[in-house]
Design a protein around this ligand. Sequence first.
Ligand SMILES: C[S@@+](CC[C@H](N)C(=O)[O-])C[C@H]1O[C@@H](n2cnc3c(N)ncnc32)[C@H](O)[C@@H]1O
Length: 207
Amino acid sequence: MPHPSLIEMQLNTPAHFMPATPDRLIGNLDSIEFIRNNSSHNTLLDVGAGSGQFASLVKLNFPDMQVTALDPSANLLSLIDDRSIRRVVGKIPDLTLQADERFFFIHVANVLHHLVGRTIAESRKNAKESLLVLRDHLDDGGFLMVREELWETYLIPTVTRSLAFHFLSVANMLNMPVPGFLHHERRSRSFKGLIVCMYTASELKTC
Ligand SMILES: C[S@@+](CC[C@H](N)C(=O)[O-])C[C@H]1O[C@@H](n2cnc3c(N)ncnc32)[C@H](O)[C@@H]1O
C-alpha cells in the first residue's frame, strides 16, 4: 500500500511543468517499492527527471542513494530543491555522461514518447537506441526501470495513434493550437507545440 505521506509530499510539490497525475503518483510509488525490494546498491539515474519529483522521492526514502537527475531542460532541473541530487543537463540518446559511468537503477518514466523523429519509424528507432545507450550505463545486475503511458483505444490502436501523430506534426508545423481533449492527459485547455509519439504495449515490448 502506498504510504499516504508520500502521496501528500508529491501533491504538495509546487505545480511544476509536469502535473503529478494520480497515475504518475502511483507509478512513482510502485518504483519506490521496487527499489526497496532490490536495493543492494545505491546509485540511481533518473532520465527525463524534469523538476525532480521522482528523484526527490527517492532521496526521501533512501537518503544514502546517490541520485543523478538528467533532463534537457536546465530550467526544470533548477527547480530541484535537494542539493544532494546531482543535476545533469543532457538527453537520450546522445548522453553527456562519462562513458564509464554506471548506475544500479536507471529510471525512465514517460520520456520515450518525447523522442520524436520525422516519422513513427524514426521515433521508434530513437526510443530503441536510447534504451540501448542506457543499458551501457547499467551496473552488472542493475535495473532499467521503464515506465510509459501507453496508447490504448477500442479502435485499432496503431492506426489511431498514427493519426494522432500526423495530426500533431501538422499542427506543430502550422503553429496551430490542439484541443486539450486530444491530449493523453485530457487537458482542460488547448495547447501548442507538443509533439509526441505514443506507443502500444506490444510496440514497446518489441522496442
Ligand atoms: C512527460 S515528462 C516526464 C517527467 C517525469 N519523468 C515524470 O514521469 O513525471 C517528460 C520529461 O522528459 C524530458 N525529455 C524530453 N526529451 C528528452 C530526452 N531526449 N532525453 C531525456 N529527457 C527528455 C522533458 O524535459 C520532461 O522533463
